[in-house]
Design a protein around this ligand. Structure first.
Ligand code: NPQ
Ligand code: MG
Length: 382
């Protein structure tokens, strides 16, 4: 189909509860939504950038610039028959994975709608894909999820929040840690919930010199320790993994399928967090999934406090068979009072989210809700 029009939407939304990580506290979330039109259909994608370069080097402004000046012109008025065509057209652009992901994922949604199938179906997650052979289970119509709990002012307040999420039905908790907010917090949580599936995420806040502290975490039966060291480093992570029993999981360091291969080749981690934005779109995300599956390395779907557009993309991705650990894909109510897209995702009593079966993403952007949170809008056509 020929891409007739692309629109960029810079939105800013207030979080239900402020979210603090080792790199700062966020009260609102900014991102760029991308919509693509062809043959009377509209596909949506989300660039999970933020106002500043805190989680990654990309920002709303860099994504806007790279989309407007390079990525959108590469697909506008062009015929696109498969997501691979978009990947090919983007190959000249180095870096900027979140900008690429927003547009590529919008085309995935568009193509799925055009074929009358769900995005999960187009990705191959909800039906057996031949290359996975007989090991594939049948259709996965629910994906296991957990919740990521930010740093709180006190351990008491943190335990209250964990208790709230456990009561809501979340079967896996991730605690954000940083130097000074680590072993004591994990110990207190583990003492209160001896059997709770628990993991931690440091967002790069430590160095190899902190190995003795991180080794103390080996005593708490954690599922994994996520990205303790520098965001571009895999060498020190490999050294650290050699000293730990708990699996290391990389997040920030994995920005492409190549980074995933390099990390696995040197033993820098035993688990990979796949974030579709961070790795540059659904094609790259699926490639990393397949690489990890071939090497028996479990993956899980990371989260970036997305709107329901990004959340629907994540849920579809997480239907792939090697997503063996619960994702950071919480119910819509955990993020914003009112989302730009509907229907909301609601937690099932088995700590899963249901996979929409409508065509494409399975969520609709509500124009009035979008307009209410939109700071900037740009329509590009040929
Ligand atoms: C992580 N997410 O796994 C990220 C970090 C994160 C759910 O823990 C604005 C921009 C807010 C980027 C909050 C979760 C963010 C952000 C958290 C990234 O490391
Ligand atoms: Mg992380």
């Amino acid at each position: 189909m020929k891409i007739e029009r692309v629109e960029l939407h810079h939105v800013e939304m207030e979080l239900v509860h402020p979210f603090e990580t080792s790199f700062g506290r966020e009260f609102t979330r900014s991102c760029v939504l991308v919509s693509v039109q062809a043959d009377g259909l509209t596909g949506w994608g989300e660039c999970p950038v933020d106002a500043g370069p805190w989680f990654s080097s990309e920002t709303v402004e860099t994504a806007w610039h790279v989309l407007r000046d390079f990525l959108v012109p590469a697909v506008l008025e062009k015929n696109v028959a498969s997501p691979g065509d978009v990947v090919d057209r983007f190959r000249r652009v180095r870096g900027h994975p979140m900008a690429r992901a927003g547009l590529e994922n919008a085309v995935w949604d568009l193509l799925a709608q055009a074929q009358g199938v769900s995005l999960a179906n187009l990705l191959g997650g909800s039906r057996a894909r031949p290359e996975h052979g007989p090991t594939v289970r049948g259709r996965r119509d629910r994906v296991p999820v957990g919740v990521s709990v930010g740093i709180e002012p006190t351990i008491k307040l943190l335990l209250n929040r964990v208790a709230q999420h456990v009561a809501e039905g979340y079967g896996r908790i991730k605690l954000k840690i940083k130097p000074g907010w680590d072993v004591d917090v994990v110990r207190a949580t583990r003492e209160r919930w001896p059997n709770l599936p628990l993991q931690v995420d440091a967002n790069c806040a430590y160095t190899l010199a902190d190995a003795p502290i991180l080794k103390e975490l080996d005593d708490f039966d954690l599922l994994l320790i996520e990205q303790p060291l520098h965001h571009e480093d895999i060498v020190d992570h490999a050294a650290l993994q050699g000293q730990l029993r708990t699996p290391l999981c990389l997040d920030e360091s994995i920005r492409s399928p190549e980074h995933a291969r390099w990390a696995l080749d040197i033993g820098a981690c035993r688990v990979i967090n796949i974030k579709v934005g961070r790795v540059g779109g659904l094609s790259a995300a699926r490639q990393i999934h397949d690489l990890c599956a071939a090497r028996s390395v479990p993956v899980w779907c990371g989260g970036m406090l997305e709107t329901n557009v990004g959340r629907a993309t994540n849920v579809a991705l997480a239907t792939l068979p090697n997503f063996l650990l619960p994702g950071d894909i919480s119910a819509s109510a955990r993020y914003y009072r009112e989302d730009v897209a509907a229907p909301d995702f609601v937690l099932n009593n088995d700590s899963t989210l249901s996979v929409p079966h409508g065509p494409g993403l399975g969520v609709r952007v509500i124009p009035e809700r979008l307009a209410a949170v939109r700071l900037r809008h740009l329509a590009l056509s040929g």
